[in-house]
Design a protein around this ligand. Structure first.
Ligand code: DCT
Ligand code: MG
Length: 536
């Protein structure tokens, strides 16, 4: 999912490896399959993981006894059981974690906070203290409880019980949604109506369909007439929506969806909006005012009605050398930009970007987010969240990186257009607690030869280290999952967005140290990215 092996990060990682973190695996209560998976993760050759607080890179090393280890990995959850394998006093000197700590640390290529994965409640505190994620222990944590009003997540009142995810929940962030659900045919038909409402500017109706789709996506049974009574009670399913669903169950299709799909207007508006820079309002004007019906009509139109020159939204202080993507260029590139990007190509793009970045600023961490992270076989664009792991100097290291990287990629012929480039912003009057800790570069990218050099949309999000995990959560999606995540946070007195979590009453910012902690702070049961597919 993220950068799992060193090859995907390019050849130029220059941070010295300064040590090893020694692991001991308690094999009791683990299946043979789990044991072999965990051993191979721990022994993965040359895998470097970063200490999030210091940026130091280390490797994992298995060791034959608990005494010699830094971290003990176990599925045992009870003191008596654990004492059969490790004496209690020794256990208190180690970080004792569940197997997920190793899995997630390898996936994120970072030593994740052991406290989040403590295997035994009685050993939580000593596990936090003994976690090899920093060399300065808990002192650093206190440092971040600064006068600016920052809190580390371990210091806030954690919700005592996490909300359980279930398909009947009111919030999409609490409804596990697979990529493909048992009622995908119905979802497709509802999505046509939703899209038509959006194209016609009927946003409220579009949102009702979007909500209903996210509820159907989570419904775990194949819909039949006998299940309609239950479906009627689900959130976002009003009378009208139920009649559409009933129609689908009875006839295998929805008449309105069929009519829309074949209508010349829907087809024209749909195709116009596939051009970057043409939104629903412009598309309607092209159809209604100028009488255009096809893409060649649009090309002819823009040839004699030059659009106002495209201006990328840029911070006045930032200079991108690459040109903006105007409508004429977007029309010319439309066929390529419309192609879906297979996973292997997403990974190749990520590897190239990270290799170029490593030459500029060694030691950055990254995760491919968006649809790719949710398991989509093909993506419309590529989204990557990037940070530098050194907490103390990280924001300085990350600051300005978007501009530097985009210009470097342009000089190397890897970027052809820049649609948006923004920099970190200083705290403003409305957001007293924390500054906007993200930079964004929305660009058109081409792989270097000898690859097939198709133009692809690429979004790079540069996060200060304290915003890395919220940026990952915020950019993983899907859209409806994110919408309800923000709503759910709001109802709990918090504000969530990709740049952070703040408590509304005093604007204090929480700094999560893993994505799991983002969920915990918000009071949510963990959902794998593959189960966050709340959109069609
Ligand atoms: N996002 C959001 N709200 C939106 C749009 C996007 O919260 N209105 C978040 C969630 C997903 C992430 O940004 C990336 O968005 P996209 O790239 O548009 O979607 P995707 O899920 O990655 O799917 P694809 O790129 O394949 O269309
Ligand atoms: Mg995407």
């Amino acid at each position: 999912m993220s950068d799992e092996d060193s090859s995907s990060d390019g050849p130029n990682w220059q941070i010295p490896i300064s040590g090893t973190v020694k692991l001991y695996l308690v094999q009791a209560k683990l299946s043979a399959q789990d044991i072999s998976e965990l051993l191979s993760l721990a022994e993965r050759h040359n895998l470097r993981v970063s200490k999030l607080r210091t940026g130091e890179e280390v490797t994992f090393q298995l060791c034959p006894s608990a005494e010699q280890s830094d971290v003990v990995i176990t599925n045992v959850r009870m003191r008596k059981r654990l004492e059969r394998h490790i004496v209690w006093d020794l256990a208190k000197e180690k970080a004792i974690v569940t197997p997920d700590w190793l899995r997630d640390s390898v996936e994120q290529r970072a030593i994740l906070p052991c406290g989040d994965y403590a295997a035994l409640r009685e050993l939580h505190e000593t596990t936090v203290e003994n976690c090899p994620d920093s060399d300065c222990g808990s002192e650093e944590g206190t440092e971040h409880t600064s006068s600016e009003g920052l809190l580390v997540a371990s210091e806030i009142e954690q919700p005592t019980e996490l909300m359980k995810a279930h398909y009947t929940s009111r919030y999409a962030c609490l409804r596990p949604c697979p990529l493909i659900c048992p009622n995908q045919g119905l979802v497709r038909q509802l999505a046509i109506i939703r899209r038509s409402r959006e194209l016609e500017g009927k946003d409220t109706s579009a949102l009702s369909y979007e909500r209903a789709i996210s509820v159907v996506k989570a419904y775990p049974h194949k819909l039949t007439a006998s299940r309609l009574a239950e479906v009627a009670k689900l959130p976002a399913i009003g009378e009208k929506m139920l009649s559409k669903i009933t129609e689908y169950v009875d006839d295998g299709e929805i008449e309105e969806s069929q009519t829309i799909a074949v209508s010349a207007r829907f087809q024209a508006l749909s195709v116009f909006t596939t051009v970057y820079g043409i939104g629903a309002t412009t598309a309607r004007a092209l159809f209604d005012v100028f009488g255009l019906r096809t893409l060649s009509d649009a090309e002819a139109h823009y040839a004699c009605h030059p659009p106002s020159p495209a201006r990328a939204e840029r911070d006045s202080k930032i200079r991108a050398r690459a040109p903006s993507l105007g409508i004429r260029e977007a029309l010319a590139l439309r066929a390529e930009l419309e192609e879906k990007i297979p996973r292997a190509e997403v990974e190749a793009m990520h590897a190239v970007v990270m290799a170029e970045l490593a030459a500029l600023r060694p030691g950055c961490l990254s995760t491919i987010v968006g649809g790719y992270r949710r398991g989509k076989a093909e993506s419309n664009d590529v989204d990557i969240v990037i940070t530098h792991p050194t907490l103390r100097s990280g924001s300085d290291q990350v600051k300005g990186l978007g501009e530097l990287l985009v210009n470097r990629l342009y000089d190397r012929g890897l970027v052809t257009h820049v649609m948006h480039l923004s920099s970190f912003r200083s705290p403003d009057a409305l957001r007293t607690a924390h500054w906007d800790a993200l930079e964004k570069a929305l660009i058109v990218f081409v792989l270097p030869p000898p690859a097939l050099r198709a133009h692809r949309r690429l979004d790079l999000i540069f996060a200060a280290p304290e915003a890395y995990w919220t940026a990952i959560t915020g950019w993983t999606g899907s859209k409806m999952f994110e919408r309800d995540l923000r709503l759910y946070a709001k109802e709990r007195g918090l504000k969530f967005d990709s740049s952070g979590i703040t408590r509304r009453r005093d604007s204090k910012a929480y700094i999560p140290r893993s994505e799991r902690e983002v969920f915990t702070v918000l009071g949510l049961e963990w959902l794998e990215p593959e189960m966050r597919n709340a959109d069609a």
